[in-house]
Design a protein around this ligand. Structure first.
Ligand SMILES: [Zn+2]
Length: 270
């Protein structure tokens, strides 16, 4: 009999957890978001443990602020020596993270939304797969809040096919909260309002609490059945994952079969 696997903070990002559960970040690795392309071969290589995603400085800044609110910043600093300069002081990006934290702490409403249970894990079924979620601030019976540290809260993103997008649409954060809302409802029977608590890295930090409406949440889940079905069939070996041709994993594993024409160099224009 297969041994029972219980998802915890310690094993949340392990290979075993990624094989057993789908997550918003895994799903985005396959299909991307409106603003960032995904890659099926890279996602499968990640699940199989053949590809490791190195966190960018921007991701580390986000994790720094997350871990402060979780109360685990000291441990986070210990396992990330790359936060520090040679003289032992914080690099400028993380000095800014400290300033962002201080700005957030000056706002009562923002702090109230961040006062929920931190990094709460739940699992549940959505669109024919088991998903795992980890919420930044879960306020039982009240709200689901995800903290985001972004470049500029009011910056628009342009794409030929989508037009103007805000950072939430660009990064698929509406999809993320829609999945969280569904899994929480599966576990508790309660459908909770969803918010992004955003702080930015402008010269003067801007902060905002942004509610994603129910209509926007429902819209963000359009197509998830198709996506999950495709991931399941790729995992079963029924279909081959597609190469995006642009990501680091595709570059690393590329084999040239024939020359391309000059005009193809602009085919990927985003
Ligand atoms: Zn790729």
């Amino acid at each position: 009999m297969a041994k029972k696997f219980t998802l915890t903070n310690e094993n949340y990002y392990t290979k075993e957890a990624n094989e057993k559960y789908l997550s918003v970040s895994l799903y985005k690795m396959f299909f991307g978001t409106l603003g960032q392309k995904g890659c099926e071969v890279q996602a499968m290589a990640y699940i199989n443990g053949d590809y490791k995603k190195e966190p960018t400085t921007a991701m580390l800044v986000g994790s720094y602020v997350d871990s402060y609110f979780e109360g685990t910043l000291e441990n986070f600093k210990e396992i990330h020596p790359e936060l520090f300069k040679r003289d032992g002081s914080l690099k400028s990006e993380f000095v800014q993270a400290e300033d962002i934290i201080k700005r957030i702490e000056r706002d009562n409403k923002f702090m109230q939304y961040m006062s929920g249970e931190k990094q709460t894990i739940m699992t549940g079924e959505l669109a024919g797969a088991q998903w795992k979620i980890k919420m930044d601030s879960y306020i039982p019976h009240r709200a689901i809040v995800d903290l985001k540290v972004v470049d500029d809260i009011y910056k628009p993103y342009y794409h030929k096919d989508t037009g103007r997008l805000n950072f939430i649409q660009e990064r698929g954060y509406d999809f993320q909260l829609a999945v969280y809302q569904h899994i929480v409802e599966m576990n508790t029977g309660e459908r909770l309002p969803c918010f992004i608590a955003a702080a930015d890295k402008g010269k003067v930090t801007n902060i905002e609490l942004i509610q994603i409406t129910q209509g926007e949440l429902d819209g963000a889940l359009a197509g998830v059945e198709y996506g999950v079905n495709r991931i399941n069939r790729i995992k079963n070996g029924e279909i081959q994952p597609e190469r995006c041709g642009r990501c680091d994993y595709c570059k690393e594993t590329k084999i040239i079969h024939k020359p391309i024409s000059m005009s193809e160099l602009l085919d990927f224009e985003g």
